[in-house]
Design a protein around this ligand. Structure first.
Ligand code: PA5
Length: 422
């Protein structure tokens, strides 16, 4: 992954950036030595390098038993589904399903979504991967009850046992009790790995492997990122990213827009939004993480970004892959006046749109942070996910908050339970 911070540093100045990097380095040291806030939730830092081959073989073997099903429903919400969804959406072709088809559920409480899902599954051989660290979250618990009930109507006990994988806490929670009682295959989410930092644990690896993608490569990318991002060096890109975004925040840039030019990354940005929003948005502080997909959203939010309130900075991920881009054909009549780009591939045009937008937005006082990868594959996704996780830990410490808790999420639940008469 290439990174370029120059289009942001021009807004903050080199000296301030250097000082911010020095502060970021101190925070990385605190993070990596476990001396900071939330230090009982740091198990994710070493995940890519703490697996042995047997753990991975176990995950692959179990996942393969699901590969001949028509569909597998991944039940989970927040950190228990977004990482896997991000990777699968980034890797799967736009207009084909994976085999088995991967469907997500339990990430909302919409009645129509779940009734249509039950209807869709009624003639399919399906399995369930149910993921909940607490084992008590309402959305996945309700979805699991519904789909488990459907399974019980159609399959015998032995078949059901083979069709359900539960990923949850080692001891606590209703899902743990159910998994033990019913004998489901289960994987443990370690106590010290929070949901939004769990994509490199079985929470992400099992769904990604079931979808047929290469988790060895995914972990290899993350492991290389671990070596680079834990280095106490001003050249470390995670240090630079944490340093520049905190500096921009301090100068009034309160909104960070994650920009992609490739729709396959739309769920990657959803994952990133949760990671940063839930980690930093507390104590009345924190950059608001938002996202856009260009050039689509240049025709909706582009106006605001160019000329609206000056509180935005952008972090762009550009995928430099032209391998399957169609060539724009020449046309004798040229009525659409496109012959000036005939013979170019479509990604060439996309790239020029990116370069033109970058110039325009920077001119419009929107600082830009740039990341480029050569292609969207398991390796690069693993690399980027680890990179953004470490940078998030550093950045949260720079802001002075505990990046590993989420006390604010409980408030809606308390009210909802009261209203439901729990
Ligand atoms: O990042 C987090 O901690 C949250 O998003 C949780 O993952 C989410 O609330 C789901 O929780 P659980 O896995 O306990 O069902």
């Amino acid at each position: 992954m290439k990174s370029d911070f120059s289009e942001a540093i021009k807004f903050t100045g080199e000296n301030a950036f250097k000082r911010s990097c020095e502060y970021a380095l101190k925070q990385l040291e605190i993070l990596n030595t476990g001396k900071g806030k939330g230090n009982d939730f740091l198990g994710w830092i070493n995940l890519p390098q703490s697996y042995d081959t047997e753990d991975i073989t176990d995950i692959i073997t179990i996942s393969e038993t699901f590969r001949n099903l028509d569909a597998v429903v991944i039940i989970g919400i927040g950190g228990s589904y977004l990482g896997a969804k991000a990777v699968i959406e980034a890797l799967k072709p736009h207009f084909y399903k994976t085999e088995p088809e991967i469907i997500f559920a339990g990430h909302n409480l919409n009645g129509n979504y779940h009734s249509e899902l039950i209807e869709y599954l009624h003639d399919k051989q399906f399995g369930i991967v149910v993921i909940s660290k607490s084992g008590t979250t309402t959305e996945p618990a309700v979805a699991f009850r519904l789909l488990y009930n459907e399974m019980k109507k159609r399959f015998d006990k032995e078949t059901i046992k083979k069709r359900i994988i539960a990923i949850t806490d080692a001891e606590k929670g209703a899902l743990r009790q159910l998994a033990d009682k019913e004998g489901f295959t289960d994987f443990i989410i370690a106590d010290n790995v929070g949901g939004r930092f769990s994509v490199l644990s079985p929470v992400g690896l099992i769904p990604i492997a079931v979808a047929g993608f290469d988790i060895d490569e995914f972990l290899r990318g993350a492991s290389i990122a671990q070596d680079i991002c834990l280095e106490l060096s001003q050249e470390n890109p995670a240090i630079k990213y944490a340093a520049i975004r905190n500096l921009l925040y301090a100068s009034g840039h309160k909104v960070e827009l994650m920009v992609n030019y490739n729709m396959r990354l739309n769920y990657f940005t959803e994952w990133w939004k949760q990671l940063y929003g839930e980690s930093e948005g507390k104590e009345n502080k924190g950059i608001f993480p938002a996202s856009v997909s260009f050039t689509t959203d240049l025709h909706s939010l582009g106006q605001y970004i160019q000329q609206g309130e000056r509180q935005i900075f952008e972090t762009v991920i550009f995928v430099n892959d032209t391998s399957d881009a169609p060539i724009i054909p020449a046309d004798e009549e040229n009525l659409d006046k496109l012959n000036y780009i005939a013979g170019k591939d479509m990604e060439f045009v996309n790239r020029k749109a990116f370069e033109g937008t970058l110039m325009a937005h920077v001119d419009g006082q929107v600082p830009n942070i740039l990341f480029e990868i050569d292609n969207l594959d398991e390796y690069n996704l693993g690399f980027m996910m680890y990179f953004f996780e470490i940078a998030c830990g550093i950045s949260g410490y720079m802001l002075g908050v505990n990046p590993f808790d989420q006390p604010g999420v409980e408030d809606y639940k308390k009210n909802m339970f009261k209203l439901l008469g729990k």
